[in-house]
Design a binder for this molecule. Structure first.
Ligand code: UDP
Length: 354
């Protein structure tokens, strides 16, 4: 299959246009804008005629994801770590660096954070900082500009829910180990949500929180140091290495394709109905990790063996999104099947990551 990312970006634009959703002329700050999801958001915003400020320190984000946007008049890249203060519209500020010429920001989308369990071991402190100090700094920008604040939280705030809480809805409070190997991410995202609610309460900021479930697709990073399960299995299968299933492979995840996720995110940013809300955006179709491994092996026609490795500590047993709220408030649901998503992601990996 020949894969062109522009077809998928145009597909998102078409879906948004069907509901007259446009960010034309809005000035939007995207932290983590060079990352996997952030760069898809930037692509769509630029094509819609928004002025998009992409802020990223390129530690897990990649310049390659945004290089093609650098020539656009309505795109601005700032290499900065959001866990350090930054001020827009100020020429001098005692507490941080300043970007004087951008006087007004309409929307802040705080998307910066490493998200792969492999990185939790190596970078726990930057992860904690980007979701706590980074969220506070990004909220400070929203406060100064009276901007809408959109926070990308995660299904990880639910931790490892018991069976009767799966599919998991937004009113489940979570079952999270505060001192485990995943706590730097889980607890900082929870604290990030609390920061958002505190700014909403105390400073009357307009806020929205999305909880993103396992998303994959073109531009997702791969590699034993930071890969998630989908890119890892694809890369292993394409290079005929063993496909490494952790545990017995009966743990589940519900995978959503990137175009569905970005469509949901931008609908949520746009729609008044989402104001002040926390909404799950993921998939409600649950697959075991072993099913995923077999599907990728088949779709890649790979000779790889499926092998089993120890299950990481606190690895959630089941994860599946309850999408009732997203369907009701956003009139949105994912439409891409896992098989379709994998076919496109595999095609992209063949061209870009091998
Ligand atoms: N996993 C696996 N092999 C890998 C990477 C991950 O079996 O090479 C499993 C992991 O233990 C988890 C699931 O796949 O049960 C999803 O892992 P991922 O790293 O994508 O993120 P998570 O959903 O745990 O945040």
């Amino acid at each position: 299959m020949f894969y062109d990312i522009n077809d998928d970006i145009n597909d998102i634009l078409k879906r948004l246009a069907q509901e007259n959703i446009t960010f034309n002329d809005k000035i939007i700050l995207v932290t983590g804008g060079a990352g996997f999801l952030g760069s898809w958001v930037c692509d769509v915003l630029i094509k819609q005629g928004a002025y998009c400020i992409c802020l990223d320190n390129l530690t897990s984000g990649r310049f390659d994801n945004i290089a093609h946007l650098m020539k656009e008049d309505n795109f601005r890249f700032i290499n900065h770590d959001i866990s350090e203060p930054i001020y827009f519209g100020f020429t001098h500020h005692p507490k941080g660096i300043c970007v004087g010429e951008i006087k007004k920001i309409d929307i802040v989308m705080h998307m910066a954070s490493r998200a792969s369990p492999f990185e939790f071991k190596k970078y726990p402190i930057p992860i904690l900082k980007s979701n706590t100090l980074g969220t506070m700094n990004a909220l400070g920008i929203a406060k100064a500009h009276n901007a809408l604040f959109f926070y990308t939280s995660t299904s990880e705030v639910y931790g490892n829910p018991p069976g009767d809480a799966v599919p998991t809805s937004e009113d489940y409070f979570g079952h999270v180990n505060p001192v485990g190997p995943r706590s730097c991410y889980d607890e900082s995202k929870r604290a990030g949500e609390a920061f958002v609610k505190a700014y909403e309460l105390q400073h009357k900021i307009k806020t929205k929180i999305v909880r993103i479930f396992n998303t994959s697709g073109p531009r997702i990073r791969s590699g034993s140091e930071f890969g998630r399960v989908v890119p890892n299995f694809i890369k292993q299968a394409l290079s005929n290495q063993d496909i490494t299933v952790f545990g017995d492979g009966t743990q589940t995840r519900s995978f959503i394709y990137v175009t569905d996720e970005i469509e949901g995110i931008l609908k949520m940013v746009y729609k008044e109905e989402a104001l002040g809300e926390v909404i799950n955006l993921g998939n409600d179709k649950e697959f075991t990790i072993l099913e995923l491994a077999n599907m990728i092996k088949e779709l890649t026609h790979s000779d790889s063996k499926i092998t089993f490795k120890p299950l990481p500590i606190d690895d959630p047993v089941r994860r599946c999104a309850d999408l009732t709220k997203a369907k009701k408030l956003l009139h949105w649901q994912p439409t891409t099947t896992l098989k379709e998503a994998l076919i496109k992601t595999i095609a992209w990996f063949k061209d870009n990551e091998l």
